[in-house]
Ligand binder design. Sequence first.
Ligand SMILES: C/C(=C\COP(=O)(O)O)CCC[C@H](C)CCC[C@H](C)CCCC(C)C
Ligand SMILES: Nc1ccn([C@@H]2O[C@H](COP(=O)(O)OP(=O)(O)O)[C@@H](O)[C@H]2O)c(=O)n1
Length: 214
Amino acid sequence: MYSKKMSLSRKVVHVLSGVFFMASWPLFSNSTGARFFAAVVPFLNCARLLTYGLGFYSDEALVKSVTREGKREELLRGPLYYVIVLLIIVLVFWRDSPIGIISLSMMSGGDGFADIVGRRFGSLKLPFNDKKSWVGSAAMFISGFLLSALMLSYFSWLGYIQVSWDQAIGKLVLVALAATAVECIPVTDVVDDNISVPLATMLVAFLLFGNTAH
Ligand SMILES: C/C(=C\COP(=O)(O)O)CCC[C@H](C)CCC[C@H](C)CCCC(C)C
Ligand SMILES: Nc1ccn([C@@H]2O[C@H](COP(=O)(O)OP(=O)(O)O)[C@@H](O)[C@H]2O)c(=O)n1
């Protein structure tokens, strides 16, 4: 029986892994190769998830902390997609582009809180997706928007990006709406939302922000 406590702990890992990983980026040097050193952590986690997910070795603690039903094969789906997206974001966008910062915030914070809040308070389901709820989607939008704004402020304060907040706020609202829309449409049986949410965010953030946060 998969407990609510395990579900909550998995989601806390979902939220905090991405946030703490992103928050650690300023610890790396200003060299052009710094992103590759930062990519070592998600790379090693990819290897770990593949090793244990394919059954070469077993790690019950890992399986219990990041899977829904305690099956090792689950490591090869949501958790692996999540870490691959971290790898792509850190290599492609790094800390000097709002696109990666916002995409990671929507995937970790937005999608994470959608589950945490929606699973507990989401009795009123969406008319087009009975697995998702209005309050869960609202939590996705609000937490994704707030975490994105917080992390953009963080990297702006440290001098990696410049943010024109008079324009950025409106653009961030639109990006959060797009991410929320993608998260709640019933395609998660086909495309995991650890793929669909960041991809949709990257596209809309690129169209609205380009590679600067103005
Ligand atoms: C539970 C996770 C994904 C599943 O999502 P869903 O299917 O519920 O939508 C997150 C998996 C996390 C992964 C096993 C560990 C990732 C660690 C990260 C690469 C680096 C963290 C470093 C930081 C400094 C703690
Ligand atoms: N927009 C949302 C998202 C999730 N949820 C709740 O959170 C549970 C898990 O959502 P999910 O299938 O998107 O979980 P992950 O794929 O993110 O792990 C759902 O079964 C709903 O109970 C919600 O109510 N509304």
